[in-house]
Design a protein around this ligand. Structure first.
Ligand code: MG
Length: 234
């Protein structure tokens, strides 16, 4: 007997679009925007960022999943020399808006919009993201019944809270009636798998499967997705 699913949940970053160029561009442009107002800032390297993040999490555990707060706190620290602090905070807030606008300048992978449209006619679609992109800012937003980010889940995937919230969105849906689709072997696939949620792995860069459980079905092009789902479930 073919398994039936009612709901499909999707990761966003690196699943619906390539996130690296988007975030890189947003970082560069936001730093430039800030420096145009306050002069040169020493941003530090990735290690500094990790250390800073660890320190901030010690003071405020919510920083771990509230990446918007994390970003603003880091701006605040980097601009600590700007006085008065009210001016610094104003620049931080504006810089964050600049970043968020740039962060939404994405290019969907080919076939995403068509696949979502077709799937939304048969299934309830939802978003589960660790990031801070708002799917409702895009045209494809209309295909999603709900969107859950780490802010609502108060945790980041692979924590199960994303999936626990997802199942509560629609009456009568159980984990084994959900298909989750994402690019990340652990955040997207491992925990969904542990909960009995079917998974499809978006693998568009020919990555090898590194987990110690069976690799789920994978796809490398959104143009193939509706057919794969049809074959599996219809
Ligand atoms: Mg992802």
């Amino acid at each position: 007997m073919i398994k039936q699913i009612k709901m499909i949940t999707f990761d966003l970053d690196d699943t619906l679009w390539d996130n690296v160029p988007t975030i890189t561009r947003a970082e560069i442009d936001t730093r430039q925007w800030i420096e145009e107002r306050v002069g040169k800032v020493s941003w530090g390297d990735f290690n500094d960022f990790i250390n800073l993040r660890d320190d901030l999490i010690k003071e405020d555990a919510s920083i771990e999943w509230d990446i918007s707060k994390l970003r603003k706190e880091i701006f605040r620290i980097k601009l600590d020399h700007i006085k008065p602090s009210s001016l610094r905070d104003k620049i931080v807030d504006e810089a964050f808006s600049v970043f968020m606008n740039k962060r939404h300048e994405i290019l969907l992978f080919d076939g995403v919009a068509d696949a979502l449209k077709a799937l939304s006619e048969k299934y309830i679609l939802g978003v589960l993201t660790n990031g801070n992109a708002d799917v409702y800012k895009f045209n494809i937003g209309k295909y999603f019944r709900f969107a859950i980010s780490s802010l609502e889940a108060k945790a980041s995937k692979p924590n199960r809270s994303h999936f626990d919230l997802a199942v509560k969105q629609v009456d009568g849906v159980t984990f084994n009636e959900i298909l989750h689709i994402g690019d990340h072997q652990i955040n997207d696939i491992l925990f969904a798998h542990k909960l009995g949620i079917d998974t499809l792995w978006f693998n568009n860069n020919n990555a090898t499967w590194d987990q110690d459980f069976e690799k789920p079905d994978e796809f490398n092009s959104w143009e193939l997705l509706t057919q794969i789902i049809e074959n599996k479930y219809e």
